[in-house]
Design a protein around this ligand. Structure first.
Ligand code: NI
Length: 138
């Protein structure tokens, strides 16, 4: 574990007030923890943009009664099986399914998989939550 250091920040008073208001709503106990999270968020976005190894989840909502849709989605997932760690399927109601596909791999490939699934005809909503493997984030 690396050493903790303190640093001072000069900031516009109104900007700081807005920041304090925001982090209070988000239940942060103090500014330090909020700033640490913002820094991590930025570093993770950089990992993502640089095409590094990342982890994440692709979330899909679809109607399984749509013709051939389930087969298409399964077939796409088999084409990208090297990226998929696990899938979870939840039957929301008689028609709608929620699928959470947990992924790990190069960001560009994961993005491609997410776009391919999301753009499949009949998928009502698709979303990619991209996070980090944690290896390069203290
Ligand atoms: Ni289902």
């Amino acid at each position: 574990m690396s050493k903790i250091v303190r640093f001072g920040v000069s900031i516009d008073k109104d900007l700081l007030l807005k920041f304090d208001h925001l982090i209070e709503k988000q239940n942060y106990q103090n500014r330090s923890e909020a700033i640490r999270d913002m820094i991590r968020e930025t570093l993770i976005k950089k990992e993502w943009a640089e095409g590094k190894n990342i982890t994440g989840a692709i979330i899909l909502v679809y109607d399984h009664h749509k013709r051939e849709l389930v087969n298409k989605l399964i077939s796409i997932q088999h084409d990208y099986s090297n990226l998929i760690i696990a899938t979870q399927h939840i039957h929301l109601d008689h028609y709608n399914c929620l699928e959470v596909i947990t992924v790990r791999g190069k960001s560009k490939e994961i993005e491609k998989l997410a776009f391919t699934l999301k753009s499949t005809k009949g998928v009502k909503h698709g979303s990619l939550v991209a996070t980090t493997t944690g290896k390069e984030i203290p």
